[in-house]
Every structure is written in C-alpha cells, then in structure tokens.
Design a protein around this ligand. Structure first.
Ligand SMILES: Cc1cc2nc3c(=O)[nH]c(=O)nc-3n(C[C@H](O)[C@H](O)[C@H](O)COP(=O)(O)O)c2cc1C
Length: 308
C-alpha cells in the first residue's frame, strides 16, 4: 500500500514534486502522466508579481546546483486566473506554496484567498527562501522567519486562524537547531513540515574573479545536500509528532527510501526534475518494488524504521 496521510490530506502515493522545480505542473505535461504523482507543490506565489533576481541565477556545483531565482512569479491573482484552470483538471492534490515579500501579514492575505479555492488541497508556507530581498534593500533580508522559533510560531499561528486547509511549513537548513523551529511550527498548528529548503551557498569564477550568481549568494540543492537533509529529518522526527515531508537531493529510489527510514512520511523531488523530468514517477515504481522485494505491505511501516 502506497497511500499516506499528511494531516487531513490524503495522498495515493507519497512522492511529490518540490516547489520551484516543477513550475505550475503544465510545463511538465508533455514529459509524463502527471496524474500518477502523489501531489504537486507549485512554485511559490506572492501577493504581487515578482520579476525575480538578475541573471545569471543558476549554476552547477559538484553534485548539485546553486539558484537565486528570487521567487519569480505572476502574483496570486494572475496565478488563479491563468494557471489554476489546468491545475483544477489535474486530479492530483495541489499544494500551493506561498511567501511574503515585505510583511508576514501577506501570508495571511494569501492564505485567506486560497482558502476559498476548492482545487487547493494544502498550503505550504515558504518561510525559508534564501533568495528574497526586503523591498528597497540592496541586501538580502537579514533573517528568515524559519531562522527564528518565535517568528515561526507567531506566523504559523496567525495563518492557522486564516485557513482550514492543510498547512505545511517549509523549514530552512540554515539554522543551528532545526528541532526548535520544527517544534515551534507544530505547536502553532502546522499539520505537517517540509524539510529542507536550500542551503545558503556561493560559487566563484576564478578567471574573472566574479561570483557565478548575479545575486552573489544563492541556495544549494541536489545530492550534495542530501546528507544534511537526512540528518535534519531524523532530528525533527524524534521531536515532533506531525508527519514530515523529506526533500533535499532525492534523485532515485534509494535516496527516497533513505528519507522514509529517517522519519519522513512523504518525499518531494526538486533538482532531480531537472536531471530527468520523470524522476518522481520512477521513484514511485521503485518504492513499490522495494516494498514488495522486502515483503513490506505498507509504506507507512518504513517511516522512521531506521535500525540503530
Ligand atoms: C531552481 C530552484 C527553484 C526553487 N524555488 C523554490 C520556491 O519557489 N519555493 C520553495 O519553497 N522552494 C524552492 N526551491 C527549493 C526546493 O523546493 C527544495 O526545497 C530544494 O531545492 C531541496 O531539494 P532538492 O535538492 O531535491 O532540489 C527551489 C529550488 C531550485 C533548485
């Protein structure tokens, strides 16, 4: 059995595609049967449209990549007008990722707006994007909400009041102790947690002595961050009761299974979609084979089943 529950959200299988790496799903429709996915997490939406950061905003690194996209998105109203018709027809749970630009109150406005939309199965709070500047500031914001347990608690608590939809809080690895943030989000009413977002990182072209990203720093993703992500899932698993969505460097069945064993109830594929758009579907089939080869009836049996 491959079905899992994330709070009230029921998924036919536990493999999703991660925010920002799968557009608004339609972009990938030519490559695969999207209805086979456990769920789609959309690119993060903000209240107003955002052009994103200057180019270049991606580069390759050993076993991974850097990005500083800067939450390029059409804004909530255009998203609902232009992207939602396709998502409504998909017959796959749609998780809409949201973020604020200036004030955390934007999360509340966005959550209230999405609460009215029947096609939205869950809302993911992206409180962990490292690539967003405060309006008018030349510097990146000093601190992410996901770097502060109190700010995380206050935000999740407010959003919890604004919507009945399943709430997922996406955590940042750029912290000393992930468990404090995980517990703050759980105590404030988050139904589930996604971990992890990208790790703050940079890369330099030594010939022209310039940073490879125009924004200088960005977020590292891909297999390079998998061991960090796994460690954080494992740490959070032992401290919170709500289900966890594990992500960070999942590119094949083995890497997905590692996350279940560490404590994840579901997984998401991010950078893996750029290597092979069908990665998530191949992992779904691979997990079925793993369960049957090991005579495990139910995927839920391997969550946290690490042998120590
Ligand atoms: C190009 C790119 C864009 C991303 N955009 C978003 C985003 O809009 N919102 C978000 O929550 N995470 C975003 N992420 C982070 C991913 O969802 C994921 O948390 C991270 O990349 C780790 O997973 P991975 O190693 O499988 O890519 C982005 C990642 C990449 C590579």
């Amino acid at each position: 059995m491959m079905a899992v529950n994330l709070g009230k959200l029921k998924l036919k299988n536990p493999v999703m595609v991660a925010s920002g790496t799968f557009g608004y799903a339609e972009e990938f429709s030519g490559f695969m049967d999207l209805r086979k996915l456990g769920a789609v997490i959309t690119k993060t939406i903000t209240l107003k449209p955002r052009p994103g950061n200057p180019m270049p905003r991606t580069c390759e690194t050993p076993a991974g990549m850097l990005n500083s996209i800067g939450l390029e998105n059409p804004g909530i109203e255009d998203f609902l007008k232009k992207k939602s018709d396709y998502l409504k027809k998909l017959k796959v749970p749609i998780i809409v990722s949201i973020a604020s630009e200036d004030s955390p109150d934007e999360f509340i406005t966005l959550a209230k707006r999405l609460d009215k939309e029947y096609f939205v199965s869950a809302i993911e709070l992206n409180i962990s994007c490292p690539n967003i500047k405060k309006a008018g500031s030349k510097r990146k914001s000093e601190k992410l909400i996901a770097q502060d347990p109190k700010a995380t608690y206050d935000l999740v608590k407010k959003v919890r009041k604004a919507t009945k939809k399943t709430l997922i809080t996406k955590l940042s690895p750029n912290v000393t102790d992930i468990t404090k943030i995980a517990m703050a989000a759980e105590n404030a009413g988050s139904d589930t947690l996604s971990l992890i977002n990208t790790l703050g990182a940079m890369s330099i072209d030594i010939l022209n002595k310039k940073p490879k990203l125009a924004a200088i720093t960005g977020g590292l993703s891909g297999p390079a961050i998998r061991p960090v992500a796994l460690r954080m899932v494992w740490e959070a698993y032992r401290k919170v009761k709500i289900p966890l969505i594990g992500l960070g460097g999942i590119i094949d069945t083995e890497s997905a299974i590692e996350f279940f064993l560490a404590g994840a109830s579901a997984v998401a594929v991010g950078t893996g979609n750029f290597i092979n758009p069908k990665t998530s579907l191949e992992i779904i089939e691979g997990i079925k084979k793993y369960l049957s080869a090991n005579k495990i009836r139910d995927i839920r049996k391997i969550t946290g089943a690490l042998n120590i």
